[in-house]
Design a protein. Structure first.
Length: 71
């Protein structure tokens, strides 16, 4: 499973649920980090992430997490 960032768009914060509220109860999604409810790190398969993006695309970003490190 891959990691994704789900974030509430700034211009939608007053009208839309937080990212955490929007993904709670979604099948195939595991919350990994939610200290900021408007920017949540999740673990999901690509199909679940695509469903979230289709459902929440107007009010939230759903993007793959990019990790970089020095080797």
């Amino acid at each position: 499973m891959a990691r994704y960032i789900v974030a509430t768009r700034r211009d939608s914060r007053e009208d839309a649920p937080s990212a955490l509220d929007a993904i709670t109860g979604e099948p195939g999604v595991k919350v990994l980090q939610a200290s900021d409810p408007h920017m949540v790190t999740i673990e999901a398969d690509p199909e679940a992430a695509a469903r979230l993006e289709a459902k929440l695309g107007g009010t939230h970003f759903v993007e793959p997490e990019i990790r970089r490190g020095l080797h």
